[in-house]
Design a protein around this ligand. Structure first.
Ligand code: PLP
Length: 492
C-alpha cells in the first residue's frame, strides 16, 4: 500500500536522525535554552531576515495555534478565521477551550480577504450592543490553506495593512509553510511572511522533522512572557534540544526548502496526470496537497493500492479526494500512481440529461435503420415512466440504454454502444445499473425485442440471463424482419 493520505506518514529526514544520534549522549540544559536551539533560532532569524524576532519551538500544530492565540487575545476577544481554518474545524475546539471564540468568516478557497476582516470589524463596532458580543481581537490565516491555496504577496500585504490599521495582530499558521514557499505559484518569500505578519510559525512536523513547529514573533508587543505561556500550555519540551537540533538541520544548507520543493514537484506531476485524464480539481492547488474529483467507481479501483483522504461528496457519483506528497515521497510511488491513473478504466455510468439528447440522436442515426429522432428522444426523456442510462468514457458519451418501467415490468427499448467501443463490457455495465434501478423500484421482469438476425445481441442477452420467449412476426420494417422476444425474471 502506498500512502498519499497525509504529509506526516514518514519519520524524519535522515540528516536529522544522523544529527540526533551524533548528539545523543551530549548533556545540555533543557527547555530550549541549549546551544542547538540558540543556533536554530539564529538560522531562522537569518532566513526570515528578521534579526529582532523571537523564535520559540513547540511540538505540534494544534498546540502552537491555541498557545499563540490565547497569548495574543484578551479575555473578551475572539479570533477571526476562515470557516475552513484548521482552528475552526480540526482542532477539537482547542482554541475555544482556552476561553476564546473562533469567529468564522465565509470562504470557498480557504483564504480570507482584507475586506472581510474590515467588514467583520466594522460590523462589530457599529453594533449598538457590541459590548454584549465577542470582540474580534486578532486574525488567523493558514498558508498554504487547508485547501492547498496560497496567498499572494499582494493579498498578504493588504491583509497585514488592514490588520495594522484596525490593531488586529495577524497570525499565520505555517504548518505546511515550506510547501507554500516552494510552490511554483508562490511569489512570497520567508522574509515576506515575516514582514507581513505579527507572528507566524514554520511547520516542521509536515516538512521533514520528526515533530516540531518554530514560532516566530516579529511584533514586539506580542513577545512578553511567551515562554511562561508555552510552559503553562504544556508545550515546553524538557528535552528541548530535540527541537533545536531538528530546526538547525532543516535550516542548514537550505534543507527545509529543498525537501519542500521535492514534494511540490511530485504533486505537480500528479496534478498534471489528473488533469490530462480529464478529472477536474476541487481546488486549484500548486502545493503538495491535490484535490481531484473522481467518479466513485474509479476511487474504488485506486483504493486497492493507494491510500488518500476523502474530502467531500460532489454528487451521488463523484467525490473530491486529497492526495498529499511529502518531503519523503518516492518518485517511483508517484510514477506508479500516474501509470494507474492513465490506465484507469474511466467508464462512467449515469443518467442522460437534456443536453445528451442531441448526441444520443446522432448515435441513433449512425447505428439504427429505424433511428429515433431527437424530438422522439425528447418526448421519451420527458416521460415519467422512461429511464435513459448513459455510458461515458473519458467524458465522451459512448452508449445508452432506454427502458420503460411500467407496472412492475421493464421494457428495454434500446441498448446502443458506439461501434469502436463494443466488446468492452459497456452494455453489461448499463444493464447492471438497470438492475439496480429495478431493485429500487421493485420491478420484477425485464423484456425486450431484438432482430432475429442480430445474433451477437441475442447471445449477449442470453449471457445476461435472458431467455427466448417467442417470435413476433414481421415486427421490424426497413428491412422487414421478425423480432425475437426475450425476458428475464429479476429476484425481488
Ligand atoms: C493548517 C494546519 N494547521 C495546524 C495543523 C495541526 O497540526 P497537529 O496535527 O500537529 O496538531 C494542521 C494539521 O493538519 C494543519 O493542516
Amino acid at each position: 500500500m502506498i500512502r498519499f493520505q497525509c504529509d506526516y506518514a514518514e519519520g524524519a529526514h535522515p540528516l536529522i536522525l544522523e544529527k540526533l544520534i551524533e548528539t545523543n549522549l551530549e548533556q545540555t540544559v533543557g527547555y530550549g535554552e541549549d546551544p542547538y536551539c540558540e543556533h536554530a533560532r539564529e538560522l531562522i532569524r537569518k532566513a526570515a531576515q528578521a534579526p529582532e524576532a523571537d523564535v520559540h519551538f513547540l511540538v505540534g500544530g494544534t498546540q502552537t495555534n491555541f498557545t499563540v492565540i490565547s497569548a495574543v487575545l484578551r479575555p473578551h476577544q475572539g479570533v477571526l478565521s476562515a470557516g475552513t481554518g484548521h482552528i475552526n474545524v480540526h482542532e477539537t475546539g482547542a482554541v475555544e477551550a482556552t476561553g476564546h471564540k473562533v469567529l468564522a468568516l465565509p470562504s470557498d478557497d480557504g483564504k480570507i480577504r482584507a475586506c472581510q476582516v474590515r467588514k467583520a470589524y466594522e460590523d462589530h463596532w457599529n453594533d449598538a450592543d457590541h459590548e454584549h458580543v465577542v470582540q474580534p481581537g486578532m486574525v488567523y490565516i493558514s498558508h498554504p490553506t487547508e485547501n492547498g491555496t496560497l496567498y499572494t504577496k499582494e493579498e498578504l500585504k493588504s491583509l497585514y495593512d488592514t490588520c495594522r490599521e484596525l490593531e488586529l495582530p495577524l497570525f499565520l499558521d505555517g504548518a505546511r509553510l515550506g510547501y507554500g514557499l516552494m510552490s511554483p505559484a508562490s511569489d512570497l518569500t520567508l522574509a515576506d511572511v515575516a514582514a507581513y505578519t505579527d507572528v507566524f510559525y514554520i511547520g516542521g512536523t509536515k516538512v521533514g522533522a520528526l515533530f516540531g513547529e518554530a514560532v516566530v514573533i516579529t511584533n514586539p508587543a506580542l513577545k512578553k512572557d511567551f515562554r511562561y505561556l508555552i510552559k503553562q500550555n504544556g508545550g515546553m519540551l524538557a528535552k528541548g534540544r530535540l527541537l533545536g537540533i531538528q530546526f538547525e538541520t532543516l535550516f542548514t544548507d537550505g534543507l527545509y526548502f529543498q525537501v519542500a520543493d521535492h514534494a511540490d514537484r511530485l504533486a505537480m506531476k500528479l496534478k498534471t496526470a489528473f488533469l490530462k485524464k480529464g478529472y477536474p480539481l476541487r481546488y486549484d492547488s500548486y502545493t503538495n496537497q491535490q484535490f481531484p474529483i473522481l467518479p466513485n467507481s474509479q476511487l474504488e479501483q485506486l483504493k486497492g493500492q493507494y491510500t488518500f483522504g476523502f474530502w467531500e461528496a460532489v454528487d451521488e457519483a463523484h467525490s473530491a479526494v486529497r492526495f498529499c506528497t511529502s518531503w519523503a515521497t518516492k518518485e517511483e510511488a508517484v510514477d506508479a500512481l500516474i501509470r494507474d491513473i492513465e490506465e484507469m478504466n474511466t467508464l462512467e455510468i449515469g443518467r442522460a440529461g437534456m443536453e445528451d439528447l442531441a448526441k444520443i440522436g446522432q448515435m441513433e442515426a449512425e447505428i439504427f435503420p429505424d433511428a429515433w429522432s431527437e424530438k422522439a428522444l425528447t418526448e421519451t426523456w420527458e416521460q415519467k415512466t422512461s429511464v435513459m442510462i448513459t455510458a461515458r468514457k473519458d467524458g465522451e458519451l459512448i452508449g445508452y440504454l432506454i427502458v420503460y418501467l411500467v407496472e412492475g415490468e421493464g421494457e428495454i427499448a434500446r441498448i446502443a454502444v458506439k461501434q469502436e467501443k463494443r466488446r468492452q463490457g459497456v452494455a453489461g455495465h448499463m444493464l447492471l445499473e438497470l438492475e439496480n434501478i429495478c431493485e429500487e423500484q421493485k420491478i420484477g421482469r425485464l423484456l425486450l425485442e431484438v432482430r432475429e438476425s442480430n445474433l451477437d445481441a441475442i447471445s449477449f442477452y442470453k449471457d445476461k440471463g435472458f431467455t427466448e420467449d417467442g417470435l413476433r412476426k414481421a415486427y421490424y420494417t426497413d428491412p422487414k424482419e421478425d423480432a425475437v422476444l426475450m425476458s428475464r425474471e429479476l429476484g425481488r
